[in-house]
Design a protein around this ligand. Structure first.
Ligand SMILES: Cc1ncc(C[n+]2csc(CCOP(=O)(O)OP(=O)(O)O)c2C)c(N)n1
Ligand SMILES: [Mg+2]
Length: 403
């Protein structure tokens, strides 16, 4: 069968079938092998073993490290949502249920590579070196916040690992990631860009712009869509009539892969193959990770108003951390004692970071007008002088927080 799209002989086996015509299951004489962009790539089996044909073969120490990172994201989410409910931070959005998709994918790029996150990839910054204290400082917008309080909570950036802050308008990071990849390609610096998006982002024009140019330029980019099946209150079936999101990649001339996003090993295998493909100069890959947003869109949202509890419970049974814990158990790498020691150590670390952040001063007032222009223009300096007495009187800017 003639191939469509921008594949070549170097396309990893994992992507076999991506770009083939969508099979017509109704009329096909024999059921064809499901193409990668229509199927669901899995490695972890329900009994905790890994499919030997696709196991990415991580070292024991890496398996444990990635598991502990997922646990850290879960513990942070629990603690930080509580901080928001107590009025100690203004806003929070958890990634509960999506830890494997975030941690597994981010692990596949190198320290020099660039990462453009969407809404739920704070765990990627932590994995790539951002201290927990910085994470909390960002939520509080204090003097230790890398962005000096300029950004809404959850907009983490970490210069130390080329982790670029999310831009709030959905999907804008797709053309940004593709543009950065194009720059790397022109410079020939060998860097790969990992850009994230949600299922809802695929309805934005920025998605199509980014995908078009990624394909045309054969840019060294991996676009990773966390299909958590909801965009606030809009279910994915209202975003698209396409059978999968991954299959959209065909229209842009790149392979698409649909992976079980709650299966850490499958996420690693798929993303690693895509990163290697990009690094070797063979162009972009689009990955759809099928997962589920188990909690509200953010601390401002009440999901019980628009979805069934039964759906949430079904996905609780597919928890990515439980699945990986089972795998570590099968391999003799984990037990209850290690689990409780890891939870205790992480919670102590988080408590210390919260205490430190709450004692920290806010950013200096001057930072209000810094870092946008090389030198703050006259008009901004005037505005700064206008607000200075307000703060010097010790007043605070309490008000309604948007979204
Ligand atoms: C252009 C734009 N429109 C609307 C919003 C409001 N908004 C914030 S998040 C969101 C849903 C995003 O859904 P998805 O892309 O699936 O990501 P998820 O929140 O599920 O991770 C919307 C509509 C926005 N930030 N930007
Ligand atoms: Mg979503």
């Amino acid at each position: 069968m003639a191939r469509r799209g921008a594949q070549d002989d170097t396309t990893p086996m994992l992507f076999a079938g991506a770009g083939e015509p969508v099979p017509d299951h109704e009329t096909a004489a024999e059921p064809p092998q499901t193409p990668a962009d229509l199927g669901l790539f899995r490695v972890l089996r329900d009994d905790g073993t890994a499919d030997p044909a696709h196991d990415p073969g991580l070292a024991d120490a890496d398996l444990v490290r990635l598991y502990e990172q997922m646990l850290l994201v879960r513990n942070l989410d629990t603690r930080c949502l509580r901080l928001q409910r107590q009025g100690r931070i203004a806003f929070y959005g958890t990634s509960t249920g999506q830890e494997a998709a975030t941690v597994g994918s981010a692990w596949c790029i190198g320290p020099e590579d660039w990462l453009f996150p969407a809404l739920r990839e704070g765990g990627a910054a932590l994995l790539r070196g951002m201290p927990v204290s910085r994470y909390i400082a960002q939520l509080m917008g204090n003097a230790h916040d890398e962005q000096k309080g300029h950004q809404q909570p959850m907009h983490f950036s970490f210069r130390g690992a080329n982790h670029v802050s999310l831009s709030s308008p959905i999907a804008t990071q797709v053309p940004q990631a593709v543009g950065a990849a194009r720059a790397a390609q022109i410079r020939g610096d060998g860097r790969v860009v990992l850009g994230y998006l949600g299922d809802g982002a695929t309805s934005e024009h920025d998605f199509h712009v980014g995908m078009t140019f990624a394909g045309v330029w054969k840019a060294p980019v991996v676009l990773f869509c966390q299909n958590n099946q909801w965009a606030i209150s809009v279910p994915v079936r209202q975003q698209t009539a396409s059978p999968t999101i991954a299959v959209k990649a065909r229209g842009y001339g790149m392979p698409g892969v649909r992976v079980d996003g709650n299966d850490l090993l499958a996420v690693v295998a798929a993303t690693r193959a895509a990163v290697e493909r990009a690094r070797a100069g063979h162009g972009p890959t689009f990955i759809e990770a099928l997962t589920y947003r188990r909690q509200g869109h953010s601390s401002s949202d009440d999901p019980t108003r628009y979805r069934d509890a039964a759906e949430v419970e079904e996905w609780e049974r597919k928890d990515p951390i439980d699945r990986m814990r089972r795998h570590l158990g099968v391999r003799g790498l984990w037990d209850d004692a290690r689990e409780s020691a890891a939870n205790d150590a992480q919670n102590e670390l988080i408590s210390a970071a919260i205490q430190e952040a709450e004692k920290s001063a806010p950013p200096a007032l001057e930072t209000l007008v810094e870092d946008v222009y090389g030198a703050a223009p006259h008009a901004l300096r005037e505005q700064l002088d206008e607000v200075r007495p307000f703060f010097e009187e010790g007043r605070t800017a309490e008000g309604a927080f948007p979204l």
